[in-house]
Design a protein around this ligand. Structure first.
Ligand SMILES: *Cc1c(COP(=O)(O)O)cnc(C)c1O
Length: 378
């Protein structure tokens, strides 16, 4: 069976976690501080804050941006449900707009149409690692005084060309960028998340609110020679990452460039293999974007049934997943206010994700290509 994805972990990560376990300090501590410093350096962001996952990162981003009841946040329905849920956690209303059919990313023109006097923020998703049109979205946000939050859950290692320079996602393009280290993403800490920003006030809030707004952190208290008492001046959360996860993450960071290079090779090979199948549409990478290929998503010919193809592939030992979900089709969001979501629904119903992971062999990939070609009778 060829799986849809595999984390890229080995004894290096196991040893790193073991060392932390034996050190006596296992929750948020020195490893988290080092992981934040190294992640910030990697994406060229002034500040980074590690948290328990990307859902909590998105929640903290919205709380720090003062999003609350009565506010609207424009985002894509065509995303994992965490994006929409983070908006609901604040009592705010997600306003779903459609995506572009070629990139699967939020369409800046649709965002512009959806702005109202109640709009406070935009959450733009770099879907499956493909950078969305950040310059256009940043212009819109600036023009309307909105906060631009990037859901970069899938986009660690993805790049965008700005002013003729390639920059990693996470450098301050929007105000706040949120990453995930879930095993389905390109680097993993089991569960984990990261926020980057260039605004010191946001960074201060993230670090305060992730540990119950404690005025003096436990690491500082632990190292102090004087007795100090902490205060809790507002309602915060427990969104901490553990030092075991951070130690794993630091090892993963050293491999990120190689992992992305391998995935880009695999994506190019898929394009060669599948390029001439009638009716099959391959993912599109704009000239100003370099995806990390967190997923490789193809749109099936209109005349085939998605579930039948997926079942036949599974019967032949190839795991796939259907296209990215649409939140507005799930019960919590079914009655919500949203704009035309034609492309989003089309892509959920007609796209499938093919196996892709750094340790995938060329032979296994060829088998996926051959099997899909056979199923499509191409
Ligand atoms: C995975 C994912 C999330 C959630 O990340 P977690 O770390 O699992 O909370 C949010 N948004 C998108 C687009 C994702 O793919």
């Amino acid at each position: 069976m060829i799986p849809i994805a595999l984390p890229f972990l080995n004894t290096e990560e196991a040893d790193a976690a073991r060392d932390v376990i034996l050190s006596g300090w296992v929750s948020q501590g020195p490893q988290v501080v080092a992981f934040e410093r190294e992640f910030a350096a990697l994406v060229d962001a002034p500040f980074a804050t590690a948290v328990s996952n990307c859902t909590t990162a998105l929640h903290l981003a919205l709380v720090a941006a003062n999003v609350g009841p009565g506010d609207e946040v424009i985002t894509a329905s065509h995303s994992f449900i965490a994006t929409a849920n983070s908006i609901r956690y604040c009592g705010a209303t997600p306003i779903f707009v459609d995506v572009e059919p070629e990139t699967y990313n939020i369409d800046p023109l649709r965002v512009a149409e959806a702005v109202t006097p109640r709009t406070r923020a935009i959450i733009a998703v770099h879907q499956m690692g493909m950078p969305c049109d950040l310059p256009a979205l940043a212009r819109l946000a600036h023009q309307h005084g909105l906060i631009l939050i990037e859901d970069a859950a899938c986009a660690a290692g993805s790049e965008i060309c700005v002013n003729e320079t390639w920059e990693r996602i996470g450098k301050a393009h929007g105000q706040i960028t949120c990453f995930s280290f879930h095993p389905r993403k390109v680097i993993t800490t089991g569960e984990g998340g990261m926020l980057t920003t260039s605004e010191p006030e946001f960074d201060r809030k993230f670090k305060l609110l992730r540990q119950h707004a404690m005025s003096i952190s436990d690491t500082v208290r632990h190292g102090a020679s004087q007795v100090v008492f902490e205060r809790y001046l507002e309602v915060g959360f427990n969104y901490r990452m553990t030092d075991m996860q951070a130690a794993i993450g630091r090892k993963q960071l050293t491999k990120l460039a190689d992992i992305v290079a391998r995935r880009r090779k695999l994506a190019a090979a898929y394009a060669d293999m599948l390029g001439n199948i009638e009716g099959l549409r391959l993912p599109f990478e704009p000239s100003w974007a370099r995806s990390n290929w967190q997923s490789y998503c193809v749109r099936l010919p209109d005349w085939v049934d998605q579930k039948t193809i997926m079942q036949n592939l599974l019967d032949r030992g190839v795991a796939t997943r259907r296209g990215i979900m649409c939140s507005h089709r799930e019960p919590p969001y079914a009655d919500g206010m949203h704009h035309d979501l034609h492309n989003s629904e089309l892509l959920q119903d007609h796209a499938i994700l093919l196996p892709i992971y750094a340790q995938m062999s060329d032979d296994d990939q060829a088998r996926v290509g051959d099997t899909l070609r056979m199923e499509l009778r191409a």
